[in-house]
Design a protein around this ligand. Sequence first.
Ligand SMILES: [Zn+2]
Length: 369
Amino acid sequence: MEQFRTLDIVDKSVLLDAGSDARARPQRGAVRVPLWSSGSTGQHLALEWSQTSAQWLGTHARAASLARGIPLRRSSMWFRANARSSVGAGGPAVNRSPQELADEVADTRPQLIGGLPHLLVEVGECLRGRHRPRWVVVGGETTDPAMRADLRRHFGCEPFDTYASIEVGNIAWQCRERDLYHLNHTFVLTEVVDAAGVPVGPGGTGDVVVTGLAHPATPLIRYRQGDRATLADRACRCGSELPALARLDGRVHDWFLVPGGRVAPQRLYLSRHLDEPARIARYRLQQDGSGAVVLTYVTRDGRPLPEPVAERVRSSYEATLPGVPVSLQAVDEIPASPSGKLEQLRSWAVEPMDRRRQAPGAGAVGSGR
Ligand SMILES: [Zn+2]
C-alpha cells in the first residue's frame, strides 16, 4: 500500500489527452461497452467497460439493493442524462417531455424510480401524486436538503443516495438507514486526499481519488474523480464499521427558469442539442438575472460552428426553454470559476444551490455522475 501511494494521481485531462490510448487492448472474444460521459463537466469523455466489469457492477448494485431492503424482483424506471452515459440499462427516452414521462410512470406504476434527482423532481411535478413508488434511488449529482424535500413531497418516500461515476461505476451508497455512504470497497479502491495528494484520516475532507479493481477495459489507477468528500469517523447507523463517507460535495447544477416553471439542467447538456458533441472541446451554459441564456463554447478545430448548425442548436435549446432567449458565442477559452471547477450549467436567475448548501442546518449531501 505504501508503494501504491507513491503512484501519481491522474485527472480527467490525462484521460482526455490519451484518447483511445487510455483503453486497454481488447482480449479476444471480450465484449466491450463503449460509453460517453454525459458532459456534465462541460467535456465529453469516451471510455469502455468490459462486459465482465459491467456484470460485477450489477452484482454490487444488487448487494446495495438488499442492504436497502429493496427486493431484487421489482419493477423500476430510471431517468438518466442520456442513453450512453450509464453502464446499467437505459431509461425511458430522455428527449421526451417530463409530462410524457410522468404519464408513463402513471400508466406503468413502477415500484422503484431512480436516476438524476433534477429529472425525478421534474417528473414528480407533472405526476401530481398519480403514483407513489415504494422506493426512490438517486445519484449523478449532489442532492441537497431542498432537493430531498422536493423528492419526498412528490413521491412520498425518503430517497436513497448513490455516488457513482461513468469511469468506475458505483463508488458508495446509502443503506436502509440513509446515513453514511458505504464504500464499494471490493470494486473500487477509494481514497480521500488532501491538497498535497496525501490520504486523509477518518473525519478528514479532501478530493476523491479512485482506482478501479475490476475495470480492465479502461484501467484507472489513482484517478481524481473531481468531487470532494469527508471520510466517516464513526459506524453507520446500520451498525456497519466498514469504510464509509460521511459527506459528499460533488457536482452542483442549478434549475433553469422558464416563464411559469423550471427546467432540469441535465436536459440542457450540449450532447442533447448537438449531433456531434465531439467537435466541442468545452462549453458553458449560463442564465443571467434577466432570464436570458448564453451558450459559450470552444471547438476542437478553433472554428465557430457553421451557421446552420448553430441555428439548429439554438432552436433546440429554445424548444427546451420555452419563452427564454438563447444565444451562442464561440470563444477561444472558458476560464474556470474561482473554485477551480468549470461551472458549465449555471443559472443566476435562481438562488444558487451553493448558497443554500451553506445555509445553517444543511445536512449531508451526496453526488455522483
Ligand atoms: Zn449503513
